[in-house]
Design a protein around this ligand. Structure first.
Ligand SMILES: CC(C)(COP(=O)([O-])OP(=O)([O-])OC[C@H]1O[C@@H](n2cnc3c(N)ncnc32)[C@H](O)[C@@H]1OP(=O)([O-])[O-])[C@@H](O)C(=O)NCCC(=O)NCCSC(=O)C[C@@](C)(O)CC(=O)[O-]
Ligand SMILES: NC(=O)C1=CN([C@@H]2O[C@H](COP(=O)(O)OP(=O)(O)OC[C@H]3O[C@@H](n4cnc5c(N)ncnc54)[C@H](OP(=O)(O)O)[C@@H]3O)[C@@H](O)[C@H]2O)C=CC1
Length: 415
């Protein structure tokens, strides 16, 4: 690397930028050509992010077999991880005979926080904020008349005191079909000068909270013992008990849930970091410690699973409308609003978790996951075209899915 200081890189055209980075990093002509091969999407991406030189493709697949709230739905999922989409197809197939997944969703209410320090009298400052609710509503709604015309807008407030004598104002705003970060941040920033007048304090941060716990989505499904077997029901209950009792296991349990949720969020160009932050913060507030986002119990012989988590997802705003693939994903899903998108996403999270637990509690994760991952290993070892499936199948047959084995098989084939 010659230097990482490239003045004005952000002002260059994308291809000039690629040249500058290629020079600085000493890239070969082939590497540079590979980075430039999707020039049409890279030019679109140039408008979405900064210092863009290329794009990185993530596979976009479609999960089948889902029925959510009585309606059939195909769910686009963008993920690089093998077996994630297959697992949703598999778990959804198993709950179809019992009616699929039923959901409930709160109104899409986001929280904006305004931090207020140096308040001379915290109790008086708190009372002053509560007394100004009508004015605060008028200011917030005035920031976004379009949102109000769509049925959204200010819904209420909370004035919290923290242990360190800090005052925090929460604004509750119905953001309709948006994720809502920019919407509520604008409101919080607009209000700041008046908040200082009312409380006598100093306004610090003005930003949404990603712990969007006024925007919870719940999904529930039944897997009949007849369909999955009584041993599997018992195994999944046992797996759930483990996660409920141990944060080390709960973290992995929730990671599995987020395999599905992030993939739907990515396919629709939603903010995966916001969703992750909300989910894990909610998991940390749910029980005595960090807890699983799903729970399972038995009704008769059958297994019932339920998920509850905050889902700040939009079909407008951010990059959702700007990206044609995200628009196509919504079209495939027939999601006409953020409400339907969130419900389907929660359903995917639940089913994803069910399938992982079913595999873990029975044959183990490796047979299903590694047999799909084998193609990945074959490619890493250098297989191309038809070789990829041939080498993968051979490794599965030998029950040894390793890069060195793939390399050996490739050279055997070549000799
Ligand atoms: C991998 C399967 C699905 C195989 O499962 P299987 O029982 O061998 O599948 P099958 O061949 O009997 O087919 C059953 C159905 O599964 C689906 N299916 C089956 N294969 C495919 C495929 N290739 N592509 C798409 N869909 C597939 C498909 O719907 C199919 O029905 P059909 O359409 O044929 O009528 C199963 O073993 C499974 O669900 N495993 C769990 C995999 C998983 O959870 N992967 C996530 C990655 S591991 C991880 O990151 C999370 C974890 C595990 O750590 C979380 C945790 O610890 O809780
Ligand atoms: N901590 C975090 O999570 C943060 C996230 N972000 C980012 O913020 C972005 C999301 O913010 P968001 O406010 O959703 O995005 P936008 O501001 O891009 O979009 C929301 C706006 O869309 C318009 N709109 C049009 N139709 C509708 C409808 N049916 N429902 C609701 N709004 C509608 C409204 O504006 P109008 O009245 O003008 O038409 C509304 O204010 C994401 O990119 C996220 O990554 C930003 C900061 C922090």
């Amino acid at each position: 690397m010659t230097t990482s200081r490239i003045p004005g890189l952000h002002k260059m055209a994308r291809t000039e930028r690629l040249d500058a980075v290629a020079d600085a990093a000493g890239l070969s002509a082939d590497t540079k050509a590979a980075l430039n091969r999707n020039s049409a999407t890279a030019d679109l991406a140039d408008h979405l992010s900064e210092n863009v030189i290329s794009t990185i493709e993530v596979p976009l697949g479609v999960a089948t077999n889902l029925v959510v709230d009585g309606t059939e739905v195909l769910v686009p999922m963008a993920t690089e991880e093998s077996s994630v989409i297959a697992a949703v197809c598999n778990g959804a197939r198993a709950c179809r005979p019992s009616g699929g997944v039923m959901t409930e969703a709160d109104d899409p209410v986001m929280i904006a926080q305004v931090q207020i320090t140096n308040v001379p009298d915290v109790a008086a400052g708190q009372a002053a904020l509560l007394a100004q609710e009508a004015t605060i509503k008028a200011v917030c709604d005035g920031c976004d008349p379009m949102l109000v015309s769509l049925g959204g807008g200010f819904r209420g407030l909370e004035a919290r005191t923290l242990e360190n004598a800090m005052l925090v104002l929460h604004l509750h705003v119905d953001v309709r079909d948006a994720m809502g970060a920019n919407t509520v941040n604008t409101m919080a920033e607009t209000l700041a000068p008046q908040i200082e007048d009312w409380t006598g304090g100093t306004v610090g941060l003005r930003i949404l909270s990603n712990l969007a716990d006024r925007r919870l989505v719940r999904a529930r499904a039944r897997w009949s013992a007849e369909e999955i077997g009584t041993d599997t029901v018992a195994g999944i209950l046992n797996a759930y008990a483990f996660a409920a009792a141990d944060p080390y296991r709960a973290a992995t349990h929730n990671k599995g849930i987020m395999n599905g949720i992030d993939a739907v969020a990515m396919a629709t160009m939603n903010d995966t970091r916001a969703i992750e932050a909300g989910a894990h913060a909610y998991a940390a507030t749910r029980g005595p410690g960090y807890a699983p986002l799903t729970r399972y119990w038995q009704e008769g012989e059958d297994l019932i699973g339920e998920i509850e988590l905050p889902l700040a997802m939009g079909i407008v705003g951010g990059a959702t409308r700007a990206h044609p693939t995200a628009q196509a994903a919504l079209e495939i899903m027939q999601a006409d609003g953020a409400d339907r998108l969130s419900r389907v996403t929660a359903a995917v999270g639940l089913i994803q978790n069910f399938s992982a637990l079913r595999a873990l509690a029975t044959e183990g994760i490796q047979r299903g996951h590694m047999s799909l991952h084998a193609r990945n290993v074959a490619i890493t070892a250098g297989a191309t075209g038809a070789q990829v499936d041939q080498i993968a199948q051979e490794m599965i047959a030998r029950k040894t899915i390793r890069e060195d084995v793939a390399r050996a098989l490739l050279s055997e084939g070549a000799s």
